[in-house]
Write a protein that binds this ligand. Structure first.
Ligand code: PMP
Length: 305
């Protein structure tokens, strides 16, 4: 990733990609206390647009607030940084990674006297779980790793260190021949994927777990609103692993993963074992929405130009 052309917004300046470096004693590199976002820009008929920019920036600020980090910019400045990272790299569509991390002023867990640095990188990134996954669905395994307990780390924060748990889970799932992991909470109820929220469909009704141990996903929120528009009821409640086994359909949502059908959990086909009709309807509405092909929710798209 480091050796390429382009620019990265780094503490208020656009710097050449290869020069966007930091010291090896940067605090976040050692202890993982940092916050970040994953944002996407899509090509629309009116030009490239960021999807739900304000919501991503708001979540970054909430994440920092939870961890007690003070971001040294106004939200508007970060929004402009995100727009410039896409524009200056001449990207028609992009994955965008804003991140706030502590510098190398001191070491130690008290994190005293540390500067908060902010970067925004943007690059072209296709379907996170593969084009085939978007159409035909992916194979998922229940992880032997539980999702964070709220009193171990706080899931409302999209924090760098939380992703050790996600990586352990997804690496295990892939080693077992699956595409993605499903993590249960510490009580054994369904929580989320390593980087996605989960929905199931049963008898025409959607259900998704509450946010006790899952990230407050912006795609989750988008899909819930789109479901309401289609007249599909949505329940937010505890879900058990066997409920997923016997669901008619299941899918993951995430900025990177978009809307990805789950065709199998733990070797058991879900429903027809392929993308289900409600998943397909929501997925297609989602893609229409992010690509600006609908009149609804114009406030969700911020043009880059
Ligand atoms: N859960 C986790 C653990 C994630 O990393 C993500 C990706 N940000 C999501 C859920 C989905 O969130 P969003 O739809 O806001 O991208």
């Amino acid at each position: 990733m480091a050796d390429r052309d382009g620019v990265i917004w780094y503490d208020g300046r656009l710097v050449p990609w290869r020069e966007a470096t930091t010291h090896v004693l940067s605090h976040t590199l050692h202890y993982g206390m940092g916050v970040f976002e994953g944002v996407r820009a899509y090509k629309t008929a009116r030009g490239t647009a960021i999807f739900r920019l304000r919501e991503h920036t708001d979540r970054l600020w909430r994440s920092a607030h939870i961890l007690g980090m003070k971001i040294p910019y106004e939200k508007e400045a970060l929004n402009r940084a995100i727009l410039s990272a896409v524009r200056e790299n001449r990207l028609e569509s992009a994955y965008i990674r804003p991140m706030c991390f502590y510098g190398s002023e001191s070491m130690g867990l008290h994190a005293k006297g540390l500067e908060v640095h902010v970067v925004v990188a943007a690059w072209a990134w296709g379907s996170y779980l593969g084009e085939d996954g978007i159409v035909n669905g992916i194979r998922v395994r229940t992880s032997s790793f539980n999702r964070h307990h709220v009193n171990v780390s706080m899931c409302r924060a999209k924090a760098n260190g939380h992703y050790i748990n996600s990586m352990l889970a997804v690496q295990e799932a892939v080693a077992c021949g699956a595409d993605e992991a499903l993590l249960l909470d510490t009580e054994g109820y369904v929580s989320e994927g390593s980087g996605e929220n989960i929905f199931i469909v049963r008898d025409g009704t959607l259900a998704t777990p509450d946010l006790t141990s899952a990230l407050d996903g912006i795609t989750r929120d988008t899909v819930m609103r789109l479901a309401a528009e289609l007249g599909i009821p949505v329940q937010v409640r505890r879900i058990t692993r066997d409920e997923v086994y016997v669901a008619d359909e299941a899918f993951f949502t995430g900025t990177a993963a978009e809307v990805t059908p789950i065709r199998e959990l733990d070797g058991r086909p879900i429903g027809s074992g392929t993308r289900g009709p409600i998943t397909e309807a929501l997925q297609s509405l989602y893609f229409d929405q992010v690509h600006g092909r609908r009149d609804a929710h114009p406030e969700w798209l911020t043009l880059v130009a």
